[in-house]
Design a protein around this ligand. Structure first.
Ligand code: IMP
Length: 182
């Protein structure tokens, strides 16, 4: 019988970009901003899976206004490091969106193709308002203009891992954020 190895066979060199402390500081600031902007409202946060998990969990718990949450999962065809722009929703939002103050929460915006597709689709469901919160705004390869209302960090380029972000499903569990070298 041939046993498949579970060992990671590609240990990539990576460099620290944002420490856990820096990330947590930024999350607190974003949560304060959002809480102040939505005073008196009960916004609906939609986390875009999978990369958003830790950012979403930390952000939601730091927000002081009442809120509800749901998730959406989208996959983009193409190689792991290059989005093709052809997006497929593999888990849709399950709560009614119409008339709600919506905030889409994304891990990283690269070309903008994924978020552009998702926002177009969700706008058709007539939310009262729609804003975007992204942990990382990676600007160099942007193809679709995306107005990011709440941005954690801006980077120009590089492949980023950690704090939910993966390379071929690895490195999501790291507490800090790194850029892959080379
Ligand atoms: P976009 O459609 O090109 O904006 O790509 C968005 C999606 O690609 C993100 O939600 C991530 O899943 C993935 N992605 C883009 N850049 C990176 C990166 O540097 N690290 C990890 N995932 C990335």
């Amino acid at each position: 019988m041939v046993r498949r190895s579970l060992r990671v066979n590609h240990v990539l060199e990576k460099e620290l970009l944002f420490s856990e402390k820096t990330i947590q500081g930024r999350v607190t600031t974003l949560a304060e901003e959002i809480s102040s902007d939505y005073e008196g409202e009960e916004p609906l946060f939609i986390g875009i899976l999978n990369g958003v998990i830790f950012f979403f969990a930390d952000l939601m718990r730091a927000i002081s206004v009442p809120l509800t949450m749901d998730f959406l999962r989208a996959t983009s065809y193409g190689s792991r490091t290059d989005s093709s722009g052809v997006v497929r929703i593999t888990k849709d939002v399950e709560v009614p969106v119409q008339g709600r103050h919506l905030i889409l929460v994304e891990d990283i915006v690269d070309t903008g193709l994924t978020l552009s597709y998702i926002t177009r689709k969700i706008r058709a469901e007539k939310p009262e308002s729609l804003k975007i919160c992204a942990l990382i705004d990676k600007t160099e390869r942007r193809q679709k203009e995306i107005a990011i209302d709440y941005c954690g960090f801006q980077v120009r380029k590089g492949f980023i891992v950690g704090y939910g972000l993966d390379y071929k499903e690895h490195y999501r569990n790291l507490r800090d954020i790194y850029v892959i070298k080379g």
